[in-house]
Design a protein around this ligand. Structure first.
Ligand code: BG6
Length: 492
């Protein structure tokens, strides 16, 4: 079986920050893939915007170079994709000044009937200035929409200011707040597993689930992003958005449909039901860490402070915490979250740990009986495994084994899992907001995060050091072991 390609109507995508890292690493490769699969139709236009004085030809050459270097495409693939390069254009415009806007307007022309998507792949300081200029220059056409990337603010108040500025020009149904984790294949699969099978939903509650672990571990350090990262830290960079979204998808009630608002209403209820973490309990339920020099893939690597070029910083590059969803379904079920840079391996996964069986009919000689686990792996190899007990096959008495039922189907379906941005960009064109965050969700997430940040600030404690290449500070192990549980590091 091959995946089904549904062409999208021609559109104009205008990328502010068009020569930036995100654009070259994620956006152009995603669009190129969609072009190769025949999903983009003529006369689609991809117009990159930045202040750099380069020509459209220079820009096309840069995109070609990055498709080869970063995305590993062959020269022959680029040769046979000439049509993609004719879709690319470039316009020198200052998002924060007046230069270039008339030219941009002239390039876009009068295309009322076509989707016009403005992608702000810029620092959030520019979200307000760019949106107001789009309006002032009459570029917000009938079918215009806007795409914004995180970070959406540093806290609830700044997120509200950004949302107000964008909302002054675009109504909520035209705002696409990207959380690229929602576009990942396994995350889609989580919804299908839960809501297209009768098997899991009856067990999906505190009576049958002991706890949930969500780990997003990276081997990389902060490298070139140290200046941004030091203003954010792991809690804002990963937990406020990606990890809370994963938690919501696990914990939410079944929505009536996959309609954007039906989904987002359910996620919002989860965010609102999170037990507050504040000065009363933050020390017990959260751990902050910061990496020191150590190793990654067998080579020595510097610590965070060396990468940052400073002697001190309170910024956490690791966080582990215990969250609880205070409602009937989940009362008493801990959700353990941990994420960090420069950890022992690159792995993102959700483990749903079921409760042990209440009584064993097997004697002690059969071996121990482990509780079932459902593992949803987002990275590096996307897939799903359900761990079950089986009888060790063959004669020789009853011996039990714990084995994974592998539900990873990419090979069986002869398909490749698309990058999250491939799906999300085309969802914008199709006008499907299901995988994008609504304003009230972002703000509810901040309402839970803000007291943690404040309690950390008031505590005056420094993040705990950990060696690069390890699983973070030992306090993170204590956080979960205190409850008689342990982080799963070998579930896949
Ligand atoms: C980004 C964070 O949102 O997600 C980065 O800002 C992080 O710090 C990245 O590295 C992780 O994304 P992925 O898809 O590689 O897990």
């Amino acid at each position: 079986m091959v995946s089904r390609i549904v062409k999208v109507e021609p559109f104009d995508l205008v990328v502010f920050g068009g020569t930036g890292d995100l654009a070259f690493r994620k956006l152009y490769p995603a669009l190129f893939r969609r072009y190769q699969d025949g999903q983009l139709t003529e006369p689609t236009r991809i117009l990159a915007i930045s202040r750099q004085e380069i020509t459209p030809e220079d820009f096309r050459a840069r995109v070609a170079g990055s498709l080869r270097k970063i995305s590993g495409h062959e020269a022959s693939e680029l040769d046979s994709a000439k049509g993609f390069f004719t879709m690319l254009d470039y316009c020198v415009t200052d998002g924060n000044g007046e230069r270039g806007w008339d030219d941009l307007k002239a390039r876009l022309g009068d295309t009322k009937d076509r989707v016009r998507a403005f992608y702000l792949a810029t620092s959030p300081d520019l979200f307000g200035p760019v949106t107001s200029r789009l309006a002032a220059h009459g570029l917000v056409s009938e079918r215009a929409r806007i795409i914004v990337e995180k970070p959406l603010g540093k806290d609830g108040a700044s997120a509200a200011r950004i949302n107000d500025a964008i909302g002054a020009v675009f109504s909520e149904d035209r705002i696409y707040r990207i959380d690229h984790y929602l576009g990942k294949e396994t995350v889609q699969n989580l919804m299908v597993l839960r809501f297209a099978n009768a098997l899991f939903e009856p067990l999906w509650n505190a009576a049958h689930i002991d706890h949930v672990q969500i780990t997003v571990a990276e081997c990389l350090g902060v490298e070139g992003r140290a200046a941004y990262y030091d203003t954010a830290g792991a809690l804002r960079d990963m937990v406020q958005n990606h990890m809370l979204q994963l938690l919501c998808l696990i914990a939410m009630e079944p929505p009536a449909t996959l309609d954007a608002d039906a989904m987002r209403d359910e996620k919002l209820k989860v965010l609102r039901a999170l037990k507050p973490l504040d000065e009363q309990n933050v020390t017990l339920h959260t751990v902050r860490g910061q990496y020191r020099a150590g190793s990654a893939h067998g080579s020595a690597v510097p610590g965070y402070l060396e990468e940052l070029g400073q002697d001190r910083s309170m910024t956490e590059t690791f966080v582990a915490l215990k969250a609880e969803v205070e409602n009937w379904r989940w009362a008493g079920v801990p959700f353990y979250l941990r994420t960090g840079k420069r950890l022992a391996s690159r792995v993102s996964e959700i483990v749903v740990a079921f409760r042990p069986i209440p009584h064993s009919v097997f004697g002690t000689s059969t071996g121990s009986i482990a509780a079932n686990r459902l593992v949803l792996r987002l990275q590096p190899d996307e897939g799903v495994k359900l761990w079950v007990m089986i009888k060790d096959p063959g004669p020789g008495g009853m011996r039990l084994q714990y084995v994974p039922l592998d539900m990873t189907f990419a090979e069986a379906f002869h398909t490749r899992y698309p990058d999250a941005y491939e799906r999300l960009l085309l969802d914008v064109v199709r006008g499907n907001q299901t995988l994008f965050m609504r304003r009230d969700e972002v703000e509810a997430a901040w309402r839970w995060i803000d007291p943690i940040l404040e309690a950390w600030r008031n505590s005056g404690e420094w993040p705990k050091p950990y060696l690069a290449g390890t699983w973070g500070p030992s306090a993170s192990i204590a956080l979960i072991e205190r409850d008689g549980r342990t982080w799963f590091e070998d579930s896949f």
